[in-house]
Structure formats: structure tokens, C-alpha cells
Design a protein around this ligand. Structure first.
Ligand SMILES: Nc1ncnc2c1ncn2[C@@H]1O[C@H](COP(=O)(O)OP(=O)(O)OP(=O)(O)O)[C@@H](O)[C@H]1O
Length: 490
């Protein structure tokens, strides 16, 4: 019974009929007339493919043509020369792989394009769901220019219509795995065009020794204070004039190196009095107490009334300067005759969140909000460091124009510090290895893409050198065991 009811395919051998191109249906006379046009089109298409090939593989094309001509003229010598070049290249690569990769960038670019990206592009984009289909036609994102550096490949992509960079950001991890990279970041180049950054190595893996202190009579450009290096090898510069900085990182993330690198770069201006640094160190002086001479009037140790009063006095100065500048100048400049003020808060949470005295806590929050929101024009900047970025701890994170995420514990913390969507653009501060303190992701207001950089490594010896520099050699540095407070002050 069951057998009789079984469904039988009425046309088991019927397959999808192939769709013939429209021109095959034309009468033969029309085909004859259109034949020369079709021939011209085919030739133009071939020329276009050739030009494209030369554009993407210039070196290989030149070598191919020159090699072919030379081989035709003098066979044996060319073969010998070629063998020598190959063996020489292999020896160089074996002895100095990094130098080889740095110098022979063009070769690497073309080899990686041909063997990795062009070879797998279609399959990977299809499997990653980055292709599209409309009216029976498949749309593929186009692989454009590629550039290989020793630590990353930059791959430009023309997206298909209707696609957004965010769709690529969602697939970034899968793309990295498919193209055998450690990471993949998506950058927007122009409408419809993105650049994928496939990282293979960390250019910030080695710590950066601090440069020599600038000559005492040199001027410091407060719009460009260099405190380290970005992953592309450019200086990591802070725009102190008009900027408010929040640095967040777990214990040992290297927050102090951001602070000391900044003071190091400002040293000539601190020495001349053009910049006055005010400091609060709630950890009893463990950090700022290493160089108290750098701070105008000495740092305040602790988070009590003295710390809050200092904050309030800076807030008052912000208001007073605004009144003094009114109608005379739009913002602070060196010729105003007033020093630029930099307020350094080593552990912000201790001052504005962990206060047991509620009144002090409110006063501290109010003063700091005034400074960060109004300090730009009167020439007052803040560098605040904190371990915990939660809203309950720093309720006014958005008042800091630049946020620096050093190593963090969780992905959610990255969003809290850098803002929504920045992590999707590659800023994985929670993945910074413990072995690279001082590495950070930086997000500046008004700039779409975050930057990855590392601060200079400032040692205890450097800090002593800095103290002598700023005091003109009069700093008294006691050996650790002789310090009255067990190491904090001199
Ligand atoms: N930029 C850097 N390059 C290399 N090493 C660094 C750098 N910054 C810090 N370190 C090293 O990492 C360790 C911890 O650094 P640091 O004290 O600056 O961290 P932190 O975030 O301030 O920690 P904490 O919150 O406990 O004060 C130190 O041993 C220091 O020498």
C-alpha cells in the first residue's frame, strides 16, 4: 500500500534549460553587420585586461618582457644571471628576513596579490556572504590596489552596490582567517571604496626608548607633543592645545608611560615656566612623587580636601581667564603672557568616585567638568588616568576630546572608553598583549578611525634625568632606601 502511494517525479530527466544570450536570436544578416563591432569590442576588452595586468603587476610585467628579450638575444648568460639573482635573494632572505621583506616590498606586493588575494578572492567573498545577486546576475566586490608592507597588507576593495563598510567589519575576523592574517581592519577610503588592513606582525612589539631631551632653549609646539610612535612608524603626537585626555588601562597597562612621556616632551617648556603642570596623585605619591619638582607647587598626594581644592582653583582659573581674554583674544596663545596649564590626575577614580565624603566627591566632579568642558580656550588641558572606565566611575567621559585605551580586560570596556562602533573598526584594546605595556588605541573626537600607538618607555633613570633637567641640576635625589616616605619623595 505504502509503495503505491510513493510520489514519483513526473520528469526525472528534465534539467534547467540553458539561457541563450540575446544576440544568438538575431537574424544572420544583423549578426554579419554587428561582427566588426564585436571584434573591436573583444580587442578593446583584451587590451583592457592587459593594461589591468600591467597596472597590478608592473614589476612582473617588466621582468617578463626584459627577460624574454634578453633570453632571445643571449640565452645562456641570461639563464646564469637569473640563477644568480634567485640564489642571492634566497641567501639574503635567509640571513635577514625582516630587511628582505622591508626592501623587497614591491616583489612581496605582487607575489601576495597573485598567490593569496587574487587567487582566493572570489571564493572567500562568496563564502563570507559579501557578494550579491540581482536579476540573475552575481555581483562581486572588486579587488583593487594592494600594498604589502613587512607587517601588513593593505587591500583596497570596491564594494558592490548597496553594501556598507559595517558589513565588512562584521566579517573582519573571518576574512583575517581566510587570508591567513592575525587581524583584519576595515577603513573607509571614499564612498564605495574601503581598505582592508591584514596584519601579520606587531610593529610595536619592541619597547621604544625615549629620545634625547630637547635643548633647554627650544620651544615646544603644544599642538604636537610627541609621546611615542604609531604602528605606521609616525610620531604619536598629542594636540595639547585644545585637547582633554583620558587614559584608561588595567594595572600594569603602561598608563604611567603616557604621563611621563608627555612630561618628558614638555620638559623645556616646564623648565622655562611656559607650561605649568599641576598634579594630583591619590596613590600617596607613588607615581608623581618620583619627580615632584616638575609640578607647580608640588603634587597633591591623596584624594582629600587638598586635592579637591586644587581642582576648584584650576576651575576658577579657567573662568577667570575666560573673563580676562574676553574681547581681547579668542583663545590662549604663548604671547598671552600666561602659562599653559596642564592638570595631571594619576588615579581619577580615587578623586571623583571612591571619595567617602559625598560633598567632596560632588565638588571634585563639578570642578573637573568645568575644566574639561571650558578649559580649551583659556589654555588648560587635563590628562586623567583611570583603571575603571564605567559610567558610575567617570560619568562625563564624553568631555574628554581624546580617549586612550591601553590594555583593558573586556570588550565592553573598549566601547565605554572609545565609543560605540570603534571596536568594530579594529580597536581591540582588550586584546593588547600583557607583554606590550604602553600600547594603546587612541580615538580623537572628529576622526573616524582609531589609531594604534605605543608610548616611549621611561625608566627610573630617565625620570631622574628629567628632574635634573627641569631644576637645572639642583634636584636632590635620594637613594630609594633613604627616602623618608619609603620611596615617594626626594
Ligand atoms: N611604554 C612602555 N614600554 C615598555 N615598557 C613599559 C611601558 N610602559 C610601562 N612599561 C612597563 O610596564 C610595567 C607597568 O607599567 P606602569 O607602571 O606604567 O603601568 P600602569 O598602568 O601605570 O600601572 P598602575 O595602574 O599599577 O600604576 C612597568 O614595569 C614598566 O616598566
Amino acid at each position: 500500500m505504502a509503495r503505491e502511494n510513493r510520489w514519483v517525479d513526473p520528469a526525472p530527466l528534465e534539467v534547467a534549460r540553458p539561457r541563450l544570450p540575446w544576440w544568438t536570436l538575431l537574424p544572420w544578416k544583423a549578426k554579419l553587420l554587428l561582427a566588426p563591432l564585436a571584434a573591436v569590442w573583444v580587442v578593446l576588452w583584451l587590451v583592457g585586461r592587459g593594461v589591468r595586468l600591467v597596472w597590478f603587476y608592473p614589476l612582473t610585467s617588466v621582468l617578463f618582457v626584459v627577460g624574454g628579450v634578453a633570453y632571445w638575444v643571449a640565452r645562456i648568460w641570461v639563464l646564469g644571471g637569473l640563477a644568480l639573482v634567485v640564489v642571492g635573494g634566497l641567501v639574503w632572505w635567509h640571513r635577514d628576513p625582516l630587511g628582505f621583506q622591508r626592501r623587497v616590498r614591491w616583489l612581496r606586493t605582487e607575489a601576495r596579490r597573485a598567490c593569496l588575494y587574487a587567487a582566493n578572492w572570489r571564493t572567500v567573498t562568496r563564502l563570507a556572504g559579501l557578494t550579491g545577486e540581482a536579476k540573475g546576475r552575481e555581483y562581486l566586490p572588486t579587488l583593487r590596489r594592494t600594498r604589502s608592507e613587512w607587517w601588513r597588507d593593505r587591500v583596497r576593495v570596491r564594494m558592490i552596490p548597496g553594501q556598507a563598510p559595517e558589513q565588512w567589519e562584521l566579517r573582519a575576523s573571518g576574512l583575517a582567517h581566510s587570508f591567513r592574517a592575525r587581524s583584519c581592519r576595515v577603513r573607509q577610503v571614499k564612498p564605495g571604496m574601503i581598505e582592508l588592513d591584514f596584519g601579520h606582525a606587531d610593529p610595536l612589539a619592541a619597547s621604544l626608548p625615549v629620545p634625547e631631551l630637547a635643548a633647554a632653549d627650544s620651544t615646544v609646539d603644544l599642538r604636537r607633543v610627541v609621546i611615542g610612535q604609531t604602528e605606521t612608524g609616525k610620531p604619536w603626537a598629542l594636540r595639547l592645545l585644545g585637547g582633554q585626555y583620558l587614559g584608561v588601562g588595567v594595572q600594569g597597562a603602561g598608563k604611567a608611560s603616557v604621563l611621563w612621556s608627555l612630561l618628558w616632551a614638555l620638559a623645556p617648556a616646564i623648565r622655562s615656566g611656559a607650561v605649568q603642570v599641576l598634579g594630583i596623585d591619590p596613590k600617596g605619591g607613588m607615581e608623581l612623587g618620583q619627580a615632584p619638582e616638575l609640578f607647580h607647587g608640588g603634587p597633591v598626594y591623596g584624594n582629600g580636601a587638598a586635592a579637591v581644592e586644587l581642582l576648584e582653583s584650576v576651575a576658577e582659573e579657567v573662568r577667570a581667564r575666560a573673563v580676562r581674554f574676553r574681547g581681547i583674544r579668542r583663545g590662549w596663545s604663548a604671547d598671552s603672557g600666561e602659562p599653559f596649564l596642564l592638570l595631571v590626575l594619576d588615579e581619577l577614580a580615587d578623586v571623583i568616585a571612591y571619595q567617602t565624603d559625598r560633598k567632596l566627591k560632588e565638588r571634585a566632579q563639578l570642578a573637573l567638568q568645568t575644566i574639561t568642558s571650558q578649559g580649551r580656550a583659556p589654555g588648560v588641558a587635563v590628562l586623567a588616568l583611570v583603571q575603571d572606565p564605567r559610567k558610575e566611575i567617570v560619568p562625563f567621559r564624553n568631555l574628554f576630546t581624546t580617549r586612550i585605551a591601553l590594555r583593558l580586560d573586556e570588550a565592553a570596556q573598549v566601547d565605554m572608553v572609545l565609543g560605540d562602533g570603534v571596536r568594530a573598526r579594529g580597536a581591540n584594546a582588550h586584546e593588547i598583549p600583557e607583554a606590550t605595556p604602553g600600547v594603546a588605541w587612541i580615538k580623537e573626537d572628529g576622526k573616524r578611525d582609531p589609531v594604534r600607538a605605543r608610548a616611549f618607555h621611561i625608566t627610573d633613570t630617565n625620570i631622574i634625568e628629567l628632574r635634573h633637567y627641569v631644576t637645572g641640576g639642583s634636584a636632590v635625589v635620594l637613594p630609594f632606601s633613604l627616602r623618608p616616605d619609603g620611596g615617594a619623595a626626594a
